[in-house]
Design a protein around this ligand. Sequence first.
Ligand SMILES: [Zn+2]
Length: 65
Amino acid sequence: MQPYLSIYPYHLPPADELTPGQKDGIECVYCPGGDAGTMRPVGHLRGTMLFAHTGCADENRMENH
Ligand SMILES: [Zn+2]
């Protein structure tokens, strides 16, 4: 079961595969180590907002949302 708060229309990587930076909302959840560029909130994990590059987020957006 995913621990994500599922109010965001994005497919997120498995929570246990995220890097510490990704879990802290610093790095893009789709490219580990990617912390530069424009980010958008894509999820919520245990009280922390998760972010992704706008381009990465668009690629992982669920259909019908
Ligand atoms: Zn990215």
